[in-house]
Design a binder for this molecule. Structure first.
Ligand code: ADP
Ligand code: ZN
Ligand code: ZN
Length: 801
């Protein structure tokens, strides 16, 4: 028997299965999806981890096959569905198979390599290697090595004093705890108590307890709950005396205590209609995609929960994706309130061990509901009844590294396998999804009302060119400050958004609001300080930074931006009595940072929550009656055809944080572009009108969803080589395209140099292309011969810059 193994080296040369002999003692154990250790490369010693891809009778390889050294799993860590999914994903995203396999597994199951040395002769006194020894004869070589240590290692190896080898280190650790259970009957415990010294108080207390609870068994923590005075040494002594029996049991790490259970709310008419449509598809086990378009606060979550409950009732499982768990702790809480310990939570905020435990609970079928961020799309659930993507328009669902997958595509693909419905939910669906609903590829469901008496907030757009501003603090209009002061008086809370996307990247006239744009494209130019110029990232146009505004000739033209810290300080000076919570990358860097701030705000220990994009979604606080947007414009001027869409989504989402309960909410949007359609329509929460308008512009401009896009990018240390290569690729791709396809570029990338690598790219816009994919696949494979180049092919890139 032979096994085809995918080696864990993500590179073109190793992007195929390698044949290995299966030793006779492993033939009954080994199965596809298991991890193995195999010798790889010239040295026999060098062990690599790999995945069993397939088993076969014979190999087409002519030479002698090396045998598999070790099998690392008792059962496969990737089942048949996952292996097939990986194969599809690798093709769909132009990725290495191994990258796809690894993406599907928790970190704990990915290999890490440890270099060790073995002493052949004793070390001289004072050798630099002595501190590295962890036994008499072996030592661990740290990942980061100082130059003197490296020299010492090399010399010792050359003189035959040590041997160096590389080992696979297992990160996956099952947490175990000791369980102590009574060995004594009631009578025996009484007897022991009589023969124990009277001053051994602890032991006597334990025996007394055992007389009353002869069946008791628990971890040392549980023993201490029962007997608060008990010391660990007493438990150890009791084991020695055979009063107690000690054994190791597996324990899951429990990241957070579960919230108190909450029952389902009676659904409103609209909610019930949406739920029934999904439930119907689930009953007949049909893959159908529903786009749940519901205004902010319309109760989309209740529909999700109802659908998930239905899946569980039918003995199936459910998957729910949310953009970033750290930003939406309330969502996780609501799912846990409903489904309690049936829920597994997967996100990057967990420790490696916690994540591994959650993964195992899913894999074993102990957790039947999964909530998680992007990579939870690969949760090893079986028999899925429904899959949900909340805030489906969010860009965090797309991964930026290989494999460059979109979680939505993964979910839609898995739905085919599981024959189950999918709910894509949003108040502001992506144009791509909404267009599919328009064509009846997806089934559109709408929620147009907030439940109970809650009303949409009143929104006012403040024209920053003309409104009165606070003296010396031009970031604040007087009206916004007055509104904040009034909330302080009424003991109500406010949320202030500082829109930092595209921060300080573009040039704006403070007098007329003009943003400098490219003459060839409908896109703003980006300021490059290093070369003191404005550049277009679509067509390559470049111009000098103007001294005066080309429209109104004012000299008040400059790059735009203001940091959260500065805004906080200014606000504190204007409203000294306000308690302000600042939420940005700096204040949330530590683990659980978001959650701490959000909880604090929820306990009403602050009046104003000031933050970047991260405060815009998911928050549901009944006492928030005012939302202010300090600068609506920044994201409008991104060098990106999705700038308006992103601005509309952001403003709609953040406005939706106000007035979610009985109290009426108000929203104030400060802008230099009050007439811009994205700002106007967001202020009316009019998604439909925005959709129509934006689709028209996309049609005229030839952008998605009217076209598909693929970004081809190449980088190299030497700029001229990167440029030459991109033209060479361009010449290979352009002949296979039909007339309806459009090629943009080649151009240097927005940030042309990162880590001393130069990036060049072109973009393919297309509708149907027969030969394009095979051509691109071939490019990926051909690149292997040439060193120093990295090729990146990104389907539907979220940023074309
Ligand atoms: P969305 O996810 O659409 O923004 P939520 O699901 O957060 O909206 O619901 C907004 C608020 O309305 C929440 O406080 C929720 O508890 C409440 N709510 C939702 N559905 C109902 C219902 N059927 N009856 C009463 N209150 C509801
Ligand atoms: Zn101007
Ligand atoms: Zn241009």
């Amino acid at each position: 028997m032979i096994a085809q193994i995918i080696i864990d080296i993500p590179a073109q040369q190793t992007n195929r299965a390698f044949d290995y002999a299966v030793p006779p003692e492993l033939t009954t154990i080994i199965a596809p999806g298991m991890r193995v250790l195999v010798p790889f490369g010239r040295s026999r010693k060098k062990q690599r981890q790999g995945f069993v891809w397939r088993l076969a009778e014979k190999s087409s390889f002519k030479g002698r096959l090396k045998p598999i050294s070790e099998v690392l799993d008792l059962t496969p860590v990737l089942n048949e569905e996952m292996l097939a999914l990986a194969e599809w994903l690798a093709q769909d995203t132009f990725s290495f198979l191994i990258s796809c396999l690894q993406t599907m597994l928790p970190n704990a199951l990915r290999a890490s390599y440890q270099r060790r040395f073995q002493l052949q002769k004793p070390l001289a006194a004072g050798s630099l290697l002595t501190p590295l020894l962890d036994s008499q004869t072996t030592g661990k070589i740290p990942e980061q090595i100082s130059a003197p240590l490296l020299r010492a290692l090399k010399t010792a190896e050359q003189t035959g004093q040590i041997k160096i080898d590389q080992q696979v280190a297992q990160k996956g650790q099952i947490k175990e705890v000791a369980l102590y259970s009574s060995n004594l009957t009631m009578a025996q415990a009484t007897e022991m108590a009589q023969t124990t010294r009277a001053n051994a108080h602890q032991q006597l207390a334990l025996l007394t307890f055992l007389q009353q609870h002869p069946q008791f068994s628990g971890t040392s923590e549980q023993w201490r709950e029962a007997l608060p005075e008990l010391k660990q040494t007493t438990l150890t002594t009791a084991v020695k005396k055979a009063w107690l029996q000690r054994r190791q049991i597996e324990q899951y790490r429990q990241p957070n205590p579960l919230p108190t259970p909450k029952a389902a709310l009676p659904l409103t008419g609209e909610q019930a209609a949406a739920y029934h449509a999904v439930a119907q598809a689930m009953t007949v086990a049909q893959r159908e995609v529903f786009l749940l378009e519901g205004i902010t606060g319309s109760g989309k979550t209740e529909v999700y929960l109802a659908a998930m409950a239905d899946a569980l009732r039918q003995g199936k499982t459910a998957l729910m994706l949310v953009p970033e768990i750290a930003l939406t702790p309330q969502m996780v809480q609501r799912v846990q309130e409903r489904f309690q310990k049936d829920v597994a939570v997967l996100h990057s905020g967990l420790s490696v061990g916690e994540r591994f435990d959650e993964w195992r609970r899913i894999e074993r079928g102990e957790a039947r509901v999964v909530v998680g961020a992007r990579s939870a799309a690969f949760a090893p659930l079986k028999n899925i009844g429904v899959m949900i993507i909340d805030e489906e328009h969010e860009s965090s669902y797309k991964q930026d590294d290989m494999p460059r997958y979109h979680a939505r595509d993964v979910v839609l693909h898995r739905a085919t396998t599981h024959h189950c419905p999918v709910i894509l939910g949003s108040a502001t669906p992506s144009l791509e999804s909404r267009a599919r609903a328009q064509k009846n590829v997806y089934h559109l469901l709408r929620l147009t009302q907030r439940p109970k008496s809650a009303q949409l907030p009143e929104v006012k757009v403040l024209d920053m060119r003309s409104v009165g501003k606070v003296d010396g603090k031009p970031s604040f209009s007087q009206e916004l400050i007055d509104a904040l002061a009034q909330r302080l008086k009424q003991h109500e809370q406010s949320i202030l958004l500082l829109n930092r996307r595209g921060y300080a990247n573009f040039v704006l006239c403070r007098d007329c609001g003009n943003v400098i744009k490219c003459p060839n494209c409908d896109i703003s130019l980006t300021l490059h300080r290093d070369i003191q110029a404005l550049k277009c990232h679509y067509c390559g146009h470049q111009e000098a930074i103007p001294q005066v505004c080309p429209v109104c000739h004012s000299s008040q033209i400059r790059d735009f931006g203001a940091g959260t810290q500065r805004i906080e300080a200014e606000l504190a000076a204007i409203l000294p009595q306000a308690r302000i919570l600042r939420m940005d990358v700096d204040t949330t860097a530590r683990k659980g940072g978001h959650q701490r701030l959000i909880k604090k705000f929820g306990r009403q220990e602050a009046d104003i929550l000031l933050g970047t994009q991260m405060i815009a979604k998911g928050l549901d606080f009944p006492n928030v009656t005012l939302v202010g947007v300090i600068n609506a414009d920044t994201s409008l001027s991104l060098p990106d055809f999705r700038a308006s869409e992103k601005t509309f989504q952001l403003l709609t989402q953040v406005s939706g944080r106000a007035g979610r309960a009985e109290k009426q909410g108000q929203v104030l949007i400060q802008t230099y572009n009050p007439d811009n359609y994205a700002i106007q329509l967001a202020s009316h929460q009019d998604y439909e009108a925005f959709y129509q308008r934006e689709m028209h512009l996309r049609h005229v401009g030839g952008y998605p969803p009217y076209y598909y896009t693929i970004l081809v990018s190449v980088n190299h240390r030497q700029e001229d080589l990167a440029a030459q290569k991109i033209y060479q690729l361009y010449r290979q791709v352009s002949p296979v395209l039909s007339k309806s396809a459009v090629l943009l570029g080649p151009t240097p990338r927005m940030i042309a140099r990162i880590n001393n690598q130069y990036y060049y790219q072109f973009i393919i816009k297309y509708k149907h292309e027969e030969k394009l994919f095979t051509t691109l696949q071939r490019l990926v494979l051909e690149m292997q011969q040439e060193s120093g180049f990295q090729l990146r092919i990104d389907r539907e890139p979220l940023q074309i810059s």
